[in-house]
Design a protein around this ligand. Structure first.
Ligand SMILES: Cc1cc2nc3c(=O)[nH]c(=O)nc-3n(C[C@H](O)[C@H](O)[C@H](O)COP(=O)(O)OP(=O)(O)OC[C@H]3O[C@@H](n4cnc5c(N)ncnc54)[C@H](O)[C@@H]3O)c2cc1C
Length: 482
């Protein structure tokens, strides 16, 4: 089956590029899980954008490059900041309901690193609201076809065409063809033991792009979020920046505030600074017990402003209106990725990347809070409207070309990858563990390739996680300290 554009991923970047694609093109949106299983769906805080006359583009640009330690691509930042407000307004016209003041103007909140209140939000579940409304819009477009629970395991370029190989839910292999492919496959959080990311974040798009010859940049630029709920193993619930934005204090084990020792913005310093501050305090106190305290605020306000966080903490036995919240840093976001130009082109004709899997240069070394939804919208729209639809012809390819194996890949391999990453590079890199980790990951990749494992979704995800982890650690070795 041929399409003008195949979009891989149904987060904000994938959905928004489909919706912006010219109406006379045929588009196929593929997602490896349920359409709403994505990092987008989990976004809490909101979208940063300049909509108030009291704010300015200059201030948003300055905050973005300060957080990014001046390693940002300034032209990309300007594009995002100046074009983004139109995309945010467009979301409203598509039915996304942002919180409003009594007078009807949009409510703006403050987050770490921002010098103005500029975050529009839908209580503390902004991502869910956006994902649901964008999906609804995409479903209404007759030029967009949708394939859920369909895993893209390989993409090949054949002359001017891409063959996109997929595994359906029932394990059936198939191939689709397109003259353009947009990779919008999200982040890599699942290579860590502790992450706020959704289960889909295994770095698949980055491995696919690298295999096609794309340039992968700054993979070690990983953002760790300072305040994930420190309860349980694996995926951890994020306690959004906005909680600190509304005045919550970070406390050490003795119940003392400490962030002002590390930055004059205190709890609202950029995320990397807060993470390092917490780890420093842990060393000083000899205890990993760190808390967020918003109990001094009116309890109705807290419950209404943070219903999702309130509910999630209650499930863990913590009433945030009365109790301190145990928190600890967690892997959260990938700044680097598949390198693209301002129209999200990878440099390989017809291959685009947008959203968290891409590297536009917007975030520099550290993303400013709530800039990622904005970046994903601006650059996925730019990809869609600049796509060059060519005339095409294609040869059918047998999708069942892979050798079938005899045993299932062991889940312990994913665990080992997470263990390596957690030890080698969690907030601060450990060069000794990086060297050891690289050697083990190299062995693992060879082992998986030579194995007789059945090539199912687990197999491909495990392989991709090992490859991406290796790329992250190699990037640290190449670029020095992350
Ligand atoms: C808990 C949390 C809170 C956040 N809060 C905010 C916030 O308040 N503001 C903000 O700006 N940002 C926030 N972020 C970051 C932001 O949500 C993400 O960076 C952004 O949503 C990424 O969108 P995306 O479209 O690139 O990827 P995603 O939304 O993650 O979507 C990726 C898609 O790709 C699909 N996919 C992946 N691999 C394959 C494959 N092999 N085959 C087929 N499909 C595949 C997945 O199924 C999924 O549909 C938050 C992130 C998290 C985790």
């Amino acid at each position: 089956m041929y399409y003008d554009i195949i979009v891989v991923g149904s987060g904000i970047a994938g959905l928004y590029s489909c919706i912006n694609a010219p109406k006379d093109t045929s588009v196929l949106l593929i997602s490896k899980s349920d359409f709403l299983n994505s990092n987008t769906y989990l976004a809490q805080g909101g979208i940063a954008c300049v909509l108030s006359e009291k704010d300015s583009f200059k201030s948003h640009i300055d905050d973005t490059v300060r957080a990014g330690r001046y390693e940002n691509d300034i032209e990309a930042v300007k594009l995002m900041v100046t074009e983004g407000p139109l995309d945010v307004k467009r979301l409203s016209t598509m039915g996304v309901e942002f919180d409003k003041e009594d007078g009807g103007e949009l409510k703006m909140t403050l987050e770490g690193g921002h010098s103005a209140r500029r975050i529009v939000h839908h209580s503390d579940s902004t991502g869910r609201e956006i994902a649901e409304k964008l999906l609804e819009s995409a479903r209404k477009e007759i030029n967009i076809s949708l394939a859920e629970n369909t895993f893209v395991y390989d993409i090949k370029k054949i002359d001017d065409m891409f063959a996109v190989f997929v595994l359906g839910k029932n394990g059936k292999r198939d191939a689709y063809f397109a003259s353009n492919v947009v990779l919008a496959t999200g982040g890599i959080g699942k290579i860590y033991k502790y992450t706020t990311n959704s289960s889909i974040a295994t770095g698949d798009g980055i491995v696919l792009a690298k295999r096609l010859g794309a340039n992968i940049k700054n993979l070690s630029y990983i953002q760790f979020h300072p305040t994930a709920l420190a309860i349980g193993e694996g995926e951890r619930v994020l306690v959004s920046e906005a909680v600190r934005g509304e005045g919550a204090y970070l406390l050490n084990e003795k119940g003392e505030r400490f962030m002002h020792k590390y930055h004059d913005m205190g709890e609202l310093a950029p995320r990397d600074v807060v993470c390092r501050g917490i780890l420093e305090e842990v060393k000083i106190q000899g205890s990993e017990n760190i808390y967020l305290d918003i109990t001094y605020k009116d309890s109705d306000f807290v419950r209404n402003r943070f219903p999702y966080i309130y509910e999630k903490c209650m499930e863990a036995g913590i009433d945030i209106t009365k109790d301190r919240i145990p928190v600890f840093p967690c892997q959260h976001y990938l700044m680097g990725g598949i390198h693209v130009d301002f129209n999200s082109n990878t440099g390989i004709k017809g291959l685009y990347a947008a959203g968290e899997c891409s590297n536009t240069g917007v975030h520099g070394k550290n993303r400013l809070a709530s800039n990622s939804l904005l970046e994903a919208m601006v650059f996925s729209r730019r990809a869609a409207i600049n796509i060059d639809i060519q005339n095409h012809s294609y040869k059918m390819i047998d999708a069942d070309i892979r050798r079938e194996g005899t045993s299932l890949i062991e889940p312990s391999i994913k665990e080992e990858i997470r263990d390596i990453m957690q030890k080698a590079y969690f907030v601060v890199p450990d060069m000794g563990m990086i060297a050891k980790g690289l050697s083990r990951l190299g062995e693992m990749i060879k082992g998986i390739e030579a194995s007789s494992y059945i090539k199912d979704k687990e197999y491909y995800e495990t392989f991709n996680m090992a490859c991406v982890s290796k790329m992250v650690l190699e990037d640290i070795q190449k670029n020095g300290q992350a």
